[in-house]
Write a protein that binds this ligand. Structure first.
Ligand SMILES: O=C(O)CCC(=O)C(=O)O
Length: 283
């Protein structure tokens, strides 16, 4: 199967395609340092663990290794990563102005763990105007076997799509977005230190880790573009000096995009979100 290749010109790739893969932005030693650091942190349970994981059963590997969220609020290594100057430079070149830093996450994804169904980050972060940008750092070799990320080229300018139920035997989140008949998810194979950047409309996700004994650990930061005035309720933004920035809480719009067929071609129609969810997410 085709895979995403490193971008020769990451800034242009991001601006035209909504994503770019930057090889070796962090060194292999840094990736190893992060691995050891977060394995140590994971020994302590944290409030909020498993809060977002659905259908976790006692023998689910995610029960032992849930992802952590917003570690930068209490861990200096995570704050340094979030505000890293290399990330800042690329983000500024991509988006044209200094972004706000919003979120950190670490995914452990041990062997046998479920992935995360296809989704758009703007569904959650609701940055307005502008978008959110993810910087997804591989901490070890990541491929299809251990559940690499996939992105859907061509989705970078889509509005927030209406969600449908996901297959929770494959995904720890319970909603996903349908693709048009012309769209495909393409895997992103990465080495430790590589960073995948993508915008908030980009549909992306990952499959289960089907390896026998490999983790798939990744460290993720999310940003809001510098023109943002609003941000999803519960998210907090800071600038690159670490100062809190007050953005208006955004509960989100009332419409979502739904694929409809028009003369054999898939087009997006904006529909009432509440009506859609009542119909498509009911049990
Ligand atoms: O790492 C994964 O498997 C999914 C992460 C993701 O979708 C995200 O950071 O938005």
């Amino acid at each position: 199967m085709a895979t995403i290749v490193a971008s020769a010109d990451p800034i242009t790739s991001y601006q035209t395609e909504g994503y770019c893969l930057v090889k070796g932005l962090f060194s292999k030693d840094e990736a190893k340092f992060f691995l050891e650091h977060y394995m140590e942190l994971r020994k302590q349970p944290r409030g909020g663990d498993l809060a977002y994981e659905t259908a976790a059963t006692s023998n689910d590997p995610l029960t032992q290794y849930p992802r952590m969220i917003n570690m930068h609020e209490w861990d200096e290594v995570s704050m340094k990563f979030l505000l890293d100057q290399r990330l800042k430079k690329i983000l500024m070149d991509m988006a044209g102005s200094e972004p706000y830093a919003v979120q950190t996450m670490i995914y452990y994804k041990p062997a046998g763990a479920r992935g995360q169904a296809l989704h758009q980050d703007q569904f959650y972060l609701k940055v307005e105007p502008g978008t959110c940008i993810a910087a997804w750092l591989a901490l070890e070799p990541i491929d299809e076997e251990n559940g690499c990320m996939s992105v859907v080229p061509g989705s970078q300018n889509l509005p927030i799509l209406c969600t449908i139920k996901s297959d929770t035997t494959q995904s720890f989140t319970d909603v996903t977005v349908p693709l048009s008949s012309e769209m495909r998810a393409v895997p992103v194979v990465m080495e430790p230190g590589d960073v995948l950047f993508f915008n908030g409309s980009m549909i992306h996700g990952s499959g289960p880790n089907v390896s026998k004994d490999r983790f798939r650990r990744s460290l993720i930061a999310h940003y809001a573009t510098g023109d943002a005035q609003k941000l999803g309720t519960f998210y907090k933004a800071i600038d690159f000096e670490g100062n809190r920035v007050g953005l208006e809480a955004n509960p989100g719009g009332s419409k979502c995009g739904q694929w409809v067929d028009q003369a054999g071609n898939p087009i997006l129609e904006l529909v009432d979100k509440q009506e859609h969810d009542k119909r498509d997410l009911r049990d």
